[in-house]
Design a binder for this molecule. Structure first.
Ligand SMILES: Cc1ncc(COP(=O)(O)O)c(C=O)c1O
Length: 380
């Protein structure tokens, strides 16, 4: 019995991704070389760029490959501050660490906008800030994660675009968890820059992209040898890029949003049946149909995850922490969740490989956790 229910951390690799990467591994050379092998690698990268552009609604020339979405977001924020002479960076309290940490080192003042109890951005506070800044002649760079990786909350991108888009301010959207699940529609949107990552949709880790509009072409972090039309230096990894392109093409054929939402719906109703006291975070907000973050009061996530792991069930306590430890979730804290409850928070995330059998396997193991907890409670 085993089930992988941690797609928001990283999705299992898709079969055609593996094949595309193996084919690229057999090739030799540097994609910037003008000889035959170099040109062949360049063709692999060009095809992948087309595939990423199709999946994101971007123009091919708007796709800049980076070493991860973390790098893409850092480029957008740190490079954006310099390129646009930004006075202040604005992030959302529940943004991914990629944005929060980049803001910390961007060199200008930072304002963090809070969220309500469901994790939805305080849009009024942002609107007021944008107006005040506009009146004072200040230029803002606003970075918001469209779909939260921990709770699945969908932030109101259209409203953000209508507020920030037509103004002199710059809008950066972290679309890592939205790729494949929402229309990114980059080219025709009012978003200035957008970050995506391959490994959330069955591609390899270590490759992402920053989508940039023409006016943001001079947003840079790594100048180097002028690769990616001067927008990201460093020899491109044709292997990883081929994997990203293949993932973009294949994901749409194997992942069905409606089916995933059905699975999460089934999961939720079973969960409330077996644990009537369960708290589902962000329940009152629009959530992506692949993520559920919940807590059963009194059952610590460290304990639950250990038992589930022994039973071969892979889930998460929130965001994957680089130390491998379960830390306190900054997302749940920002939503005002008490620390005793957030220490019980578990995240289950579905994706292209998820099945009803995964849910059965989860509940077989989780019901053991629940009955042990009840026995211990009764004995106390
Ligand atoms: C919302 C969000 N943004 C950014 C990232 C960073 O992506 P990468 O792993 O490609 O650096 C992640 C990955 O966890 C994410 O979920």
């Amino acid at each position: 019995m085993s089930a992988y229910l941690d797609h928001n951390a990283s999705a299992p690799m898709l079969p055609r991704v593996r094949a595309a990467m193996l084919a690229a591994l057999e090739m030799v050379g540097n994609p910037s070389s003008v000889h035959g092998p170099g040109r062949a690698l360049r063709a692999v990268i060009d095809d992948a760029r087309d595939a990423v552009a199709r999946a994101t609604g971007a123009e091919t020339k708007q796709v800049v490959f980076t070493g991860s979405a973390t790098e893409a977001i850092t480029q957008a924020i740190v490079g954006g501050v310099k390129a646009f002479q930004i006075d202040r960076v604005v992030v959302c309290a529940t943004d991914h660490a990629a944005a929060l940490k980049a803001a910390e080192v961007c060199g200008v003042s930072v304002r963090t906008i809070g969220v309500d109890e469901n994790g939805v951005i305080d849009f009024d506070a942002l609107a007021l800030l944008a107006d005040t800044a506009g009146a004072a002649g200040e230029k803002l760079l606003v970075a918001v994660s469209w779909i939260n990786n921990e709770t699945g909350v969908v932030q109101p991108r259209a409203k953000l675009e209508s507020l920030i888009g037509p103004s002199p301010h710059i809008l950066v959207i972290d679309a890592v968890q939205a790729l494949g699940k929402r229309d990114l529609d980059f080219a025709s949107s009012a978003t200035d820059m957008m970050a995506v990552s391959a490994h959330k949709i069955g591609g390899p880790a270590g490759i992402g992209a920053l989508l940039v509009k023409g006016h943001a072409d001079n947003v840079r972090l790594i100048p180097g040898g002028g690769q990616e039309q001067g927008r990201r230096g460093g020899t491109e990894s044709a292997v990883l890029i081929a994997g990203f392109g293949a993932a973009c093409a294949e994901f749409a054929t194997v992942f069905d949003n409606a089916r995933a939402a059905e699975l999460v719906g089934d999961f939720e109703s079973r969960l409330t049946r077996v644990a009537p006291d369960v708290v589902i975070f962000s329940y009152g907000a629009e959530r992506v149909g692949t993520t559920i973050n919940f807590a059963v009061p009194g059952i610590k996530n460290t304990v639950a995850m250990m038992s589930l792991d022994l039973a071969g069930i892979a889930i998460s306590s929130g965001s994957a922490c680089s130390s491998g430890k379960v830390g306190r979730s900054h997302v749940l804290s920002a939503m005002g969740v008490a620390s005793e409850l957030s220490e019980c928070g578990l995240r289950v995330s579905f994706g292209w490989s998820s099945t009803a059998e995964d849910i059965d396997a989860f509940f077989r193991a989780f019901e053991t956790v629940l009955s042990r907890h009840r026995r211990n409670g009764a004995a106390a």
